[in-house]
Design a protein around this ligand. Structure first.
Ligand SMILES: Cc1ncc(COP(=O)(O)O)c(C=O)c1O
Length: 384
């Protein structure tokens, strides 16, 4: 079999054993609609409610605060658009950061077209915002602050509890996109002082197309999807029973294994080894970073070319450098941390899971320096 070293767990993860086992009954005998009153319908309903209780426990919420969605993108859209509507009598100002995921950025852009004003906070070279700048940005008409818990490209973890405390003190709703953090670092909605939090099942061993929006009791968001009244009439549509069962099992399993000490050790081996390559740089916060994310720039190479050559060796990785949207612009995150375009083009993200072995790390440390050297040899820009 062809060698496969999967180092793109921030893009998606393999379905965990816990999730796979949890879905089996709903793939065969318990296939009823959770809204039906006969026994197989009631079994499906029970699966959804048990899963909700598991998620409540995993994030330190209280019952009634967890809603299932179709993923991180939907949860972000719901939180932001509904909070904007909810607060519109108070004002139309929202605060966010320059390193959010497109699920947040493009939702904010759509609100701007409808008369909302958005203040985007810049970040320093590590991807951290300045809390004083946040304090200064809050206005009487600010209705929402949305700041991600951890960044998907550079792994920086932001001080969510402190941001939440500022928001609370000033009476502003606070949403966090915790899609990359869930299952990787401990999350407690009360410690984090959040009013809303987005999660995505496929980033921690659940299935693609599944997510959660946590909404603190007392925050009365308007319905997001109208229909038959599922999810307490806020998010209608027949529940994705299989996906929900998988998400809950995966989250609880992942949370039970924190902290990811051994993943951090392997990540740090990878970082130390790759920084030996001349003119290579770590991106993101060197200390406050997700356990699994090792992200770099290599001068005078194209990230896309590195990915192709790594793929040729069976290594799956990703680059923030371009092309997902057919544009050649480098990632907004890398530009926000102050990298010039030409350096941002040479980015590489390796994201680990518990499945990665020390042999995987050795293999990348053996292959990657040669790949970078080969590409540099072909580059007119490269001088030793
Ligand atoms: C930080 C962040 N937010 C949101 C999303 C979107 O989540 P989903 O793929 O579940 O729609 C992602 C996915 O990469 C992400 O990394």
């Amino acid at each position: 079999m062809k060698k496969l070293v999967y180092l793109d767990n921030a893009a998606t993860t393999k379905i965990s054993n816990a999730a796979r086992e949890a879905v089996l009954p709903y793939l065969s005998e318990s296939y009823g609609n959770p809204s039906s009153i006969y026994s197989i319908g009631r079994e499906a309903k029970k699966a959804v409610e048990n899963a909700r209780a598991v998620v409540v426990e995993a994030i330190g919420a209280t019952p009634g605060e967890v809603y299932f969605t179709s993923g991180g993108t939907e949860s972000d859209n719901w939180a932001i658009k509904s909070a904007a509507l909810y607060g519109k009598n108070k004002g139309k100002h929202i605060i966010s950061t320059a390193i959010e995921h497109p699920a947040v950025i493009n939702t904010l852009k759509s609100l701007e077209k409808n008369g909302y004003k958005v203040t985007i906070l810049g970040v320093n070279q590590h991807g951290q915002i300045d809390l004083n700048e946040l304090r200064d940005a809050i206005r009487n008409d600010t209705v929402l602050i949305t700041v991600m818990t951890a960044n998907n490209e550079i792994g920086t973890i932001l001080p969510i509890a402190e941001i939440g405390a500022i928001a609370r003190e000033r009476g502003v709703l606070f949403h966090t996109d915790a899609v990359q953090a869930a299952g990787h670092i401990p999350l407690s909605v009360s410690d984090m002082n959040v009013d809303m939090m987005s999660l995505s099942g496929h980033k921690f061993g659940g299935m693609k197309g599944t997510g959660v929006l946590y909404v603190k009791k007392g925050v009365r968001l308007p319905p997001f999807i109208h229909g038959g009244g599922q999810e307490r009439s806020l998010r209608s549509g027949t529940e994705n029973v299989i996906g929900i069962a998988a998400l809950a099992a995966a989250l609880s399993d992942a949370a039970s294994r924190l902290p990811l000490t051994d993943v951090v050790r392997k990540r740090d081996r990878l970082i130390a080894g790759l920084l030996k390559i001349p003119r290579s740089h770590l991106t993101g916060d060197p200390v406050n970073r997700l356990p699994g994310i090792a992200s770099f720039t290599f001068e005078c190479v194209e990230g896309e070319s590195v990915l192709l050559l790594l793929d040729g060796c069976g290594v799956c990785a990703s680059s923030g450098s371009a092309c997902s949207s057919a544009s050649l612009d480098p990632s907004h995150v890398l530009l926000a941390i102050g990298l010039p375009h030409e350096i941002a083009h040479g980015s590489l993200r390796l994201s680990l899971s518990e499945d990665n072995t020390d042999e995987d790390i050795d293999y990348v440390l053996e292959k990657l320096p040669g790949i970078i050297a080969k590409l540099r040899d072909m580059s007119p820009l490269w001088h030793e």
